[in-house]
Design a protein around this ligand. Structure first.
Ligand code: NAD
Ligand code: UDP
Length: 324
């Protein structure tokens, strides 16, 4: 009997989505990638288009979609602050209506569905490191709320479809992830610093650079997302996934400068509103239930990401929004 499944990946042309499609196509599944290319470009999936088990549909998940599938990975949503704040109402619609449409499909098809949630559900956390039991500190009316509250509402919908309609769900809370195929103009810290360092431009640290993040390399993240989907049905999450090793933005800037051999200077710019001061996942649950541990240290992941940035032609990339 074939173990190949029909798998839908929404946001499948994006940074994480395209790596996930690579993996699922490599595993021999029949993969349908849905994306509206808001924050991604065709180049991320160009190498997959000729594969017999890969199919692309240009579609916006805020509108209903009728497909027959066995599994759904719901990753469609702008993820970088500059992208999701560009059209905040659309961001909220993508999270909420996108979740409703995909959960409806999962219910109809009896498909398993995994939600790409985020550490942003914890807001600017007062508990450190963050455990899944922490309920968060989100400003519901601030500039990050469209994303944070949209993702929180999506989690609510997942758990209500699970309880009310027995939909087989999984929810992962992803912490900052980086690697090849990040949009070079997404305004996120890793892409900004590397792009600036390679061009010899000033490295822009927002605030004094003492705020922290914990950065996970993309291959580690795709591994655990795939494990979560295929894990036991009684472990639905939410589960934190990310690399618990924490760095300040100043440390990150120094590493990028050193690894890229750049002569860029560090400059400071104002800290954006509601910018979380610290973020570090407690990954005990992922360790226990999925036997997972990140394996790529920041230095190694940064080298690979810098090499990728060196290999691309920046003029081929269009900035999705002016915020970078
Ligand atoms: P990304 O912007 O590269 O990917 C998102 C994809 O979704 C893009 O291809 C975009 O075009 C698509 N999209 C956006 N709105 C859509 C819509 N209405 N209909 C169809 N497609 C739409 O970002 P990413 O980093 O790959 O993030 C993927 C998912 O992971 C997102 O849901 C994000 O919230 C989540 N996440 C990412 C991180 C991270 O550090 N990368 C952290 C936490 C959560
Ligand atoms: N940041 C920075 N310089 C930049 C871009 C971002 O100092 O050019 C900071 C930002 O203020 C935040 C951290 O880097 O404190 C991570 O920002 P990012 O947008 O990557 O993701 P976030 O974790 O805030 O969603």
């Amino acid at each position: 009997m074939s173990t190949s499944k029909r798998i839908l990946v929404t946001g499948g042309a994006g940074f994480l989505g395209s790596h996930l499609c690579d993996r699922l196509v490599g595993q021999g599944h029949d993969v349908i990638c849905v994306d509206n290319f808001f924050t991604s470009q065709k180049v991320n999936i160009a190498h997959l288009l000729s594969k017999p088990n890969f199919e692309f549909i240009r579609h916006d998940v805020t509108h209903p979609l009728w497909l027959e599938v066995d599994e759904i990975y719901n990753a469609a949503c702008p993820a970088a602050p500059g992208h999701y704040q560009y059209n905040p109402i659309k961001t909220m619609k993508t999270s909420v209506l996108g979740a409703i449409n995909m959960l409806g499909m999962a219910k109809r098809c009896r498909a398993k569905i995994l939600q790409f949630s985020t550490s942003e559900v914890y807001g600017d956390p007062t508990e450190h490191p963050q455990k899944e039991t922490y309920r968060g500190n989100v400003n519901p009316i601030g500039p990050r709320a469209c994303y944070d509250e949209g993702k929180r509402a999506a989690e609510t919908l997942f758990f209500d479809y699970h309880r009310s309609n027995k939909v087989n769900i999984r929810v992962v809370r992803i912490f900052n992830t980086y690697g090849p195929r990040m949009h070079p103009y997404d305004g996120r810290v890793v892409s900004n610093f590397i792009r600036q360092a390679l061009r010899g431009e000033d490295i822009t640290i927002y605030g004094d650079g003492s705020q922290s993040r914990s950065f996970c390399f993309v291959s580690d993240l795709i591994e655990v997302i795939n494990r979560m989907m295929n894990g036991p049905d009684d472990f639905v999450g939410p589960v934190n996934i990310g690399n618990p090793t924490e760095f300040t933005m100043l440390e990150l800037a120094q590493q990028v400068i050193e690894l890229s051999g750049s002569r860029s200077r560090i400059v400071h710019k104002p800290l954006p509103a509601d910018d979380p001061l610290q973020r570090q996942p407690d990954i005990s649950l992922a360790r226990k239930h999925l036997g997972w541990e990140p394996t790529v240290p920041l230095r190694e992941g940064l080298k690979k990401t810098i090499d990728w940035f060196k290999s691309i032609d920046l003029s081929q990339y269009r900035a999705p929004t002016p915020n970078y």
